[in-house]
Design a protein. Structure first.
Length: 363
C-alpha cells in the first residue's frame, strides 16, 4: 500500500517540519512505501529539506491561489498513491471541495479541538474563522474515509461532529527519533532543578499559575524557563531568585541544560482551550532525554507508566515527585519511554492500522 502524508502550511513551523522529517526518515528505515510532503507558501531555503515543496505562485489573491494549486497538485499525486493522509487544513473550503471530488481514500489528521482553539484567541476574526471551520470542517469530515488523531479526546470530538460515523479509531501520537546516543547525566544531588520549555508561553501553558505558587512556597529548587514569556509573567519570574530565564536556546544548549535537570514540566492550563488531553513534542523530548514529566493534562501513556505524572501546578507535589524519581537513571527513563514515543514504532503501528482500516472498508 503506497501512502502520501501531506500538509498545507503558509510557513514551515519547526515543530511540524521536525515531525514530518522524522516520519520520512522512519519510513525509509522501515522500508515502508510512505512519502511525506510539506507544501508551503513561504520557506527559508537556508534550512534545506527534502520533504518541502514550495509554492511558486504569485497572486494578489494568495490565500485562494495557494490552496487551489495545492489541491490541484494533490489530485495529480493521487494517481500514484493508494491512500492520502492529509493534515486537516483549518477553515478551508477548498479542502472540502477536494475531498468531495477525489476518488481515492483520504484520512484527515487532527491535532487539536479546532473550533475551541480558534475561539481561545477571541475577537471578531476568530469568531468568523470558527464559523467557517464549523461548516467546512464538517464537510471535509463527511467526505473523508477516516480520521487520525493524536489523542482519544480529539478522536471523540471530531467523530461527534459527524454523528460518530467513524467506527475505526486510529491514534497516531507525536513521536521522536531515537538516535542511539547515550544521555549525559549531570544532575546535582542537593537542590532539585526543574525545566519548563516552550517556544512562546501561551495562556494554555499555565505558566502564570505556576508563578503564582511561588508566593506560598519557601522550598529550595531551581526552575529553568526556556522560551519567550509575556511581560507580566516575565516580571513575576524575575522577582524570584529560584527562577532562571534562558530565552531561546540552540539544540545543543538545550541538550546540555536537560542533562542537569531532575524533571520536565508541561502545560497546566489546557482547560483554557477546553481540552483535557494533549500529545506534545516537548514531553517526548523530556522523556527521550531521561527526564520524568509532571504535567496538568492526560497524555497517551497508560496510568501504570511511572515517568509521566498528572497533577496541579503545586510546587510541593512537583518536588515530591522529582525527589521520588531522583534515583532513576536517565537511561532507564529513556528506554522505558521508547515504546510510546519512538517515531519508528509509532509509524509502523499507523501503517498497519491504515492497512487494516482499508481491509475493513473494502468488505
Amino acid at each position: 500500500m503506497k501512502i502520501l502524508h501531506s500538509a498545507l502550511m503558509k510557513h514551515a513551523s519547526s515543530g511540524i517540519l521536525n515531525q514530518m522529517t522524522w516520519e520520512q526518515e522512519a519510513a525509509k528505515q522501515l522500508n515502508l512505501d510512505w512519502d511525506v510532503i510539506l507544501y508551503v507558501q513561504k520557506y527559508k531555503k537556508n534550512v534545506p529539506s527534502n520533504i518541502i515543496k514550495q509554492w511558486n505562485g504569485l497572486s494578489s489573491l494568495e490565500w485562494v491561489k495557494f490552496r487551489q494549486d495545492y489541491y490541484k497538485w494533490l489530485l495529480a499525486q493521487s494517481e500514484i498513491y493508494d491512500v492520502l493522509v492529509l493534515r486537516h487544513s483549518l477553515s478551508d473550503p477548498f479542502q472540502a471541495a477536494f475531498l468531495k471530488k477525489i476518488n481515492k481514500p483520504v484520512y484527515l489528521v487532527h491535532h487539536t479541538l479546532e473550533v475551541q482553539e480558534i475561539l481561545s484567541y477571541r475577537g471578531i476574526k476568530s469568531k468568523a474563522k470558527s464559523i467557517v471551520e464549523k461548516y467546512f470542517g464538517k464537510l471535509s469530515l463527511d467526505n473523508a474515509q477516516g480520521i487520525i488523531t493524536v489523542t482519544d479526546e480529539i478522536f471523540n470530538y471530531e467523530n461527534l461532529r459527524v454523528k460518530n460515523k467513524f467506527k475505526n479509531k486510529i491514534i497516531y501520537p507525536n513521536g521522536i527519533v531515537y538516535d542511539g546516543k547515550k544521555n549525559d547525566d549531570k544532575r546535582q544531588n542537593e537542590i532539585p532543578e526543574l525545566i519548563f520549555i516552550a517556544s512562546h508561553f501561551s495562556s494554555w501553558h499555565g505558566l502564570d499559575l505556576l508563578l503564582d505558587e511561588l508566593k506560598i512556597t519557601s522550598e529550595k529548587f531551581i526552575l529553568h524557563i526556556v522560551g519567550n514569556l509575556n511581560y507580566i509573567d516575565e516580571q513575576k519570574a524575575m522577582q524570584d531568585q529560584r527562577i532562571v530565564l534562558h530565552g531561546h536556546l540552540s539544540h545543543n544548549e538545550m541538550q546540555e541544560l536537560m542533562s542537569k535537570m531532575w524533571l520536565g514540566l508541561s502545560s497546566f492550563a489546557l482547560f483554557r482551550k477546553n481540552m483535557k488531553e494533549a500529545c506534545t513534542l516537548k514531553v517526548r523530548e523530556y522523556l527521550k532525554n531521561g527526564l520524568p514529566v509532571y504535567s496538568g493534562y492526560k497524555d497517551v501513556f497508560p496510568e501504570s507508566f511511572p515517568y509521566y505524572k498528572v497533577g496541579e501546578p503545586n510546587f510541593k507535589a512537583i518536588l515530591n515527585y522529582a525527589r521520588k524519581m531522583r534515583h532513576k537513571t536517565k537511561e532507564e527513563i529513556s528506554n522505558s519511554s521508547r515504546k510510546y514515543i519512538d517515531k519508528e514504532i509509532l509509524l509502523k503501528n499507523i501503517y498497519f492500522s491504515l492497512q487494516e482500516s482499508q481491509k475493513l472498508n473494502s468488505i
